[in-house]
Ligand binder design. Sequence first.
Ligand code: PMP
Length: 294
Amino acid sequence: MDGTFVPWKDANVHVMSHALHYGTAAFEGIRAYPSGRQMYVFRLPEHLKRLVNSCKIFGFDLKYSVEEMRKATVETVKRNDLHEKCYVRPLVYIGFGGMGINFTGFPVHMAVLAYPFEKYFKGDGVAAMVSTWRRTSDQTGSPLAKISGQYTNSVLGKMEAVKHGFDECILLDLQGRVSEGSGENIFLVEDGKLVTPSVASSILEGITRFSVIKIAADMGIATVERDVSRSELYVADEVFFSGTAAEITPITSVDRRNVSDRKEGPITAKIRAAYMKAVAGEDPRYTPWLTAVY
Ligand code: PMP
């Protein structure tokens, strides 16, 4: 926190923190994976770039350089002596400088935390529902920015889905096109090709999404980025989520309509296997994506 390592129990913030009242925090969700005695942080520069961009969009004055944040992230994994699959969260947040929306002159804090984290979704496939909520649009916020306050949109979608007995929601954009999950991008498999909503459909530009597109291309599987309509979800050959926490997760039903016989489809399985090899440093083509911890 703010440049020093503090024990878990002391990692607290004041209740008057601006971020707690108004959602003014920018964050990242990163994973680190074991490979023998080594640990690799996956696509750290890309995550830090997105964090910088989130801060830029919302006007948070970041106090640390990308290099300092890179070191702090790696060091947090190391100091926790982590040797298993884990999650790493850098968080930039506006602290206490008074009451009111205007945070000019308020302190901008930064923390990085890391903890063991195996699987985001339980089971081998998820049941998704199309949410009654729409994904935050660029007219009312910024889909490209990972800002805590904006995650109330994801929370509405996720909690609605869970209350209705689903695992996850799929949010449409304001125009009714498919956008993404509460914390994942979405891909469809149609006639052996991948189809995924473009950045114009209010998505967060997922780093896993970019990785999937590259891994698929290297396998000779093309990806089309285009508008996706809701009913395509019902008839696609396969549908899956991509995200740092969710990794590659098959969607086995949408609105109670079965997808690929409620099993993981063959293309999803191929991409998932290749992704898991990439993150663990088992494919030399993708080792430039990894930052070694030890
Ligand atoms: N969309 C949203 C809303 C998310 O929160 C996330 C998770 N960061 C993603 C997509 C996937 O992004 P990434 O692959 O970079 O984790």
